[in-house]
Design a protein around this ligand. Structure first.
Ligand SMILES: Cc1cc2nc3c(=O)[nH]c(=O)nc-3n(C[C@H](O)[C@H](O)[C@H](O)COP(=O)(O)OP(=O)(O)OC[C@H]3O[C@@H](n4cnc5c(N)ncnc54)[C@H](O)[C@@H]3O)c2cc1C
Length: 473
């Protein structure tokens, strides 16, 4: 795979190679592919957090189950091995679920997400997975008056959904945590931790295998139908077939318009010096984000770098996905500019690695977990940008749904969460899909620029229009 670790000759930045996390910790040897037809009790398509946590909890709950995971490349090849390492309590679609199912149902979903942050930390510790976890919470900064107004509204909203232990800071208190240029305020919640995503997914695959789950890698599934997962090397038959393919879902037969593959790109700096860290602060190692419409996310890594991500080129025509994580040079430049805008003291710092990945976006921007009892087909995903913790909650929910369906247990608090069984319409065909997403992100960027220039405390109307057109509002 190292041949795909493309080197940008002029800058010396490694671009692609899946992600910095794999470059740092090493790509794993690829497990044996499927070598003919097979049978299982549950077949799981996709070896990311969703598929692996599902295998994990199913096997823990019912050790007698024969479970097979089919992964097209290797476990962690997708977003689970490339993300920003924000293990946090955000879940895509909570506010819509409140409208559809009532406030109390959405509070239960939020509470389950808060608990999930701790569940991931607990389970990883129990399995001896060393993933550089640091629970410093999530800090989101505002850098314009409009961002500050959104931050305050967001903070109030989180209190309404039952968070009691979050805090709101002014400019000075923000600087005491992390010195972000132009920061006028921030909000902090304890429900978040930084981690190394590739270490988590590698450790999880090993733990699942040790429990007796069969993992076949280099095995792409070309079609899923009831009781069948079809690959070029054979078909695995099972009463339950669970699709855990997130941003890659569009490549499966019949799923082209189910979830839109949205890109997100990241950069990692060289390790910063003690002087540079002293200038920045960030001793609490909170995951760090902002309130821009085209938002950024960052973490202080265990080896003393900053890993920072943002949207870049959001969507490739025809739902194409990336090439082993390679991202566009203009995206790398834009992320670098953002890093220096946040931390001017880092103007001379070297960016060592850049990469991208895809996440799954449903038409209504709501994460879902479903088991169709008439076919035995299940799926979970559409997490948008919040899947590190959400995948774990989805996996435990899928486990309970399978248990209920197979008569091994009754409904549980998880199967009663409002996102279970949620249905969503499909995306528009091309070119409307491409035009819509390009237009939305161009509008967000214009709105961010306007808010910075005008210093108005009102959120740009443009962004509200883009939200409505995209189905987010
Ligand atoms: C750059 C980036 C940064 C992010 N940052 C954060 C963050 O900081 N915090 C957060 O909460 N979320 C973040 N996310 C989102 C989060 O990483 C994902 O939501 C989460 O990893 C999804 O896990 P998954 O297992 O559902 O999907 P994936 O990890 O994408 O796994 C799907 C797997 O299925 C395999 N697959 C696909 N199709 C097939 C097929 N046909 N046959 C066999 N196998 C197949 C793929 O190879 C892949 O390994 C980020 C995403 C990206 C791309």
């Amino acid at each position: 795979m190292s041949s795909s670790a493309d080197r940008a000759v002029n800058s010396g930045i490694v671009n692609g190679g899946i992600s910095y996390w794999f470059a740092d910790d090493g790509l794993p040897p690829v497990r044996e592919p499927l070598t003919g037809d097979a049978h299982a009790d549950v077949v799981i398509v996709g070896g990311g957090y969703t598929g692996l946590w599902t295998a994990y909890y199913l096997k823990k709950t019912a050790p007698f189950l024969r479970i097979t995971v089919l992964e097209q490349k290797f476990c962690g090849y997708g977003a689970s091995g490339r993300n920003g390492g924000w293990l946090y309590n955000g879940v895509a679609g909570r506010d819509r679920y409140a409208k559809l199912h009532g406030h109390e149902a959405a509070v239960r979903l939020q509470q389950a997400m808060n608990d999930t942050v701790d569940e991931v930390i607990r389970a990883a510790a129990e399995e001896g997975i060393e993933a550089d976890v640091h629970k410093g919470g999530v800090l989101e900064v505002a850098r314009t008056p409009a961002q500050l107004a959104r931050l305050r509204a967001f903070h109030e909203q989180e209190l309404v959904f039952g968070e009691k232990d979050r805090e709101l800071y002014g400019a000075r208190a923000t600087a005491e945590r992390v010195r972000v240029a132009d920061a006028v305020g921030s909000a902090w919640t304890p429900h978040g931790a930084r981690l190394n995503p590739a270490k988590l997914v590698k450790g999880l695959a090993a733990a699942v295998e040790a429990l007796g789950v069969t993992i076949h890698e280099a095995t792409p599934v070309t079609e899923i139908r009831p009781q069948h997962a079809v690959t070029p090397y054979g078909t695995v038959r099972a009463p339950y077939v669970l699709r855990c393919t997130e941003g890659f879902t569009a490549s499966l037969k019949g799923q082209k318009r189910t979830w839109l593959p949205m890109n997100s790109s990241m950069i990692a700096t060289e390790p910063l010096t003690d002087e540079q860290w002293a200038a920045i602060g960030w001793n609490g190692r909170e995951t760090l984000g902002d309130m821009a419409h085209a938002y950024m996310y960052a973490q202080r890594t265990a080896d003393g770098r900053i890993a920072l991500g943002g949207r870049g080129v959001p969507y490739r025509f025809g739902s194409r996905t990336d090439n082993d994580g390679r991202t566009q040079p203009e995206t790398v430049a834009a992320l670098r500019d953002l890093l220096v805008a946040f931390f001017p003291a880092l103007a001379g710092v070297r960016v060592e690695h850049a990469w991208s990945g895809v996440l799954g976006v449903p038409r209504d921007w709501c994460a879902t977990v479903t088991l169709d009892r008439s076919t035995g087909l299940g799926w979970a995903g559409g997490y948008v940008g919040s899947g590190v913790a959400t995948a774990n909650l989805a996996a435990r929910t899928l486990t309970d749904l399978v248990q209920v369906d197979s008569g091994q247990g009754g409904p549980t608090p998880l199967t009663a969460l409002p996102w279970a069984g949620h249905k969503v319409r499909r995306w528009e065909p091309e070119p409307l899909r491409w035009l819509g997403v390009q237009g939305m992100y161009a509008t967000y960027r214009t709105a961010d620029r306007r808010e910075t220039l005008t210093h108005s405390a009102r959120s740009s109307r443009l962004a509200r229009v883009a939200d409505r057109v995209a189905g987010r509002g």
